[in-house]
Design a protein around this ligand. Structure first.
Ligand SMILES: [Zn+2]
Length: 53
């Protein structure tokens, strides 16, 4: 009866705010020329970055 629910996003970077996520996305864009999109996660309520276009 002690099931621990593992979030599907547990391995992803997480940010407290959209601004933080977008700042990080900009850094990655500069460093690696990869365009990332910030989105609010429905699992953990934090912000992640996605490369899905
Ligand atoms: Zn999440």
């Amino acid at each position: 009866m002690n099931e621990v629910e593992v979030l599907p996003c547990a391995d992803k970077l997480a940010f407290d705010s959209e601004k933080e996520a977008q700042d990080q996305a900009r850094v990655i864009k500069w460093q690696r020329d990869i365009k990332l999109k910030a989105y609010k996660c429905r699992h953990c309520g934090l912000w992640h970055l996605s490369s899905n276009s």
